[in-house]
Design a protein around this ligand. Structure first.
Ligand code: AMP
Ligand code: ZN
Length: 432
């Protein structure tokens, strides 16, 4: 049941003592990097004074912009000779940043991914099809090596080419897949087109879904269609990639691997820590990274720590499904809205299909929101009155939730553009 029982079920006291020891080592290591050496010096920060986990709040926060400005080597805490791998953030917002790993860093990361997969029930006898882009994006290689370490047969399918993906699943009896949730929905239409029923015609029993925010409802739709469990997988390149936090079979939030990461949740405005259980922005510090330690990284991801323990016996705390990024929050007419909020509503309405797009425009002084919503095949081919009722219902439901009256356009199934990577949910055409 556990990949590393001692670590996964370690008493909190012991786990926190381990974290503190690792934090101190990390600080010593970080001070070897040009960036942190300067920051510590400029701020007159004596790292010997950090003697408790709470003291971490005395350290400065690190942002994506800091990483960008230090591009490419400013955060390196070792010589370039020690580096064996480079990755890059997918750059959903702004220019991509780069992250470097030593051989030991790659081993640690690989182990975390293996631990995460094992936790869900995946074993050596399983066949794992990795449907994530291989390359600079961490989702490809990160999962690939984790699954190999676990001993499963890995099919490095990469993203795209939907029909071939389905064929591979059938030919090689794939049992687990790693897939972006928006792509899993898109693929369901291809299954239907090929007249393949994943519940009957494949051996699929689990999926790892992540890389982009998605609602509980979307997970349910995916699980119902494929007949497997979809485990939420959270990670970011700055910390390593996938394997930072993962769901256990109880699927009640994601366990953050606290032996490797120190987490805080802060108020994104005051930057002060919020009490456990309250929502805020996740801040992470690497604890076992040699090549490029990162302290108090502002992930921009909004979540909360789930109080209490998990029935699985793991002591590593859980975070709730990511609600969105503080930087993809839409502000329209003074109202803050997250795309996932809209998704949640849409997915509850019968007749709504699998994809949507939010377009923001400015007309004079007025901001408008258009939501393009794909409609299911039968509905779309149905009578116009029914379609108009559906459109009207969507407008009403969204208005009651987001307090803004959106325009809604219904479009045919599979008509909105698909991305092979993270889905694009918002197009903001408003000029500042
Ligand atoms: P990247 O470093 O390019 O892989 O992007 C990392 C970002 O992807 C995170 O900071 C999150 O915003 C997003 N992300 C990754 N996994 C998840 C997940 N399971 N749920 C929601 N967002 C996620
Ligand atoms: Zn658990």
């Amino acid at each position: 049941m556990y990949w590393e029982k001692d670590i996964e079920t370690m008493d909190r006291d012991k786990l926190e003592a381990h974290q503190l020891a690792r934090l101190k080592e990390t600080l010593g290591n970080a001070s070897k990097s040009p960036y942190y050496a300067k920051v510590f010096k400029d701020q007159g920060l004596d790292i010997q004074q950090i003697n408790a986990l709470e003291d971490v709040e005395r350290l400065p926060l690190t942002t994506k912009d800091d990483l960008r400005q230090q591009w490419p080597y400013g955060f390196l805490a070792c010589s370039k000779d020690e580096i064996v791998r480079m990755h890059s953030s997918s750059g959903t917002t702004g220019r991509a940043i780069v992250v470097f790993h030593t051989a030991n860093d790659v081993d640690q990361w690989t182990n975390l991914v293996a631990r995460s997969m094992y936790m869900t029930g995946m074993r050596k006898s399983d066949v794992f099809q990795n449907m994530m882009t291989y390359g600079l994006f961490t989702g490809g290689l990160g999962f690939h090596y984790g699954a190999e370490k676990l001993g499963a047969l890995v099919i490095p399918a990469s993203a795209g080419n939907s029909k071939r993906q389905i064929q591979l699943m059938m030919d090689f009896d794939t049992t687990y897949i790693h897939i972006i949730p928006s792509y899993a929905l898109h693929l369901s239409a291809v299954f239907e087109e090929m007249k393949v029923d994943p519940r009957k015609d494949t051996k699929l029993k689990g999926a790892f879904v992540g890389a982009e925010p998605h609602s509980e409802k979307m997970r349910k739709i995916i699980e119902d269609f494929y007949g497997f469990k979809a485990y939420n997988s959270y990670g970011l390149s700055e910390m390593c990639g996938p394997g930072v936090a993962f769901e256990c079979p109880h699927q009640t939030g994601m366990h953050v691997w606290e032996d490797n990461f120190l987490m805080e949740v802060i108020d994104p405005v005051s930057l002060k820590r919020v009490p456990d259980g309250e929502e805020g922005e996740l801040v992470m510090t690497t604890l076992l990274r040699d090549g490029m330690p990162i302290l108090r990284y502002r992930t921009r991801d909004l979540t909360r720590i789930i109080p209490g323990s998990c029935e699985c016996g793991r002591t590593h705390r859980r975070i709730e499904r990511i609600k969105g990024r503080s930087d993809d929050m839409i502000i329209i007419k003074g109202v803050n809205i997250f795309p996932v909020q809209i998704e949640k509503r849409l997915m509850d309405i019968p007749g709504v299909g699998t994809n949507y797009l939010i377009i923001l425009e400015r007309e004079g002084l007025n901001d408008t929101m258009l939501v393009k919503v794909e409609v299911q095949k039968d509905f779309f081919a149905g009578d116009l009155k029914q379609l108009e009722n559906l459109r009207h219902r969507i407008v009403e439901e969204l208005r009651s939730d987001i307090l803004i009256t959106p325009k809604v356009d219904l479009v045919g199934p599979d008509s909105l553009e698909k991305s092979e990577g993270k889905a694009v949910r918002v197009i903001d055409n408003r000029k500042d």
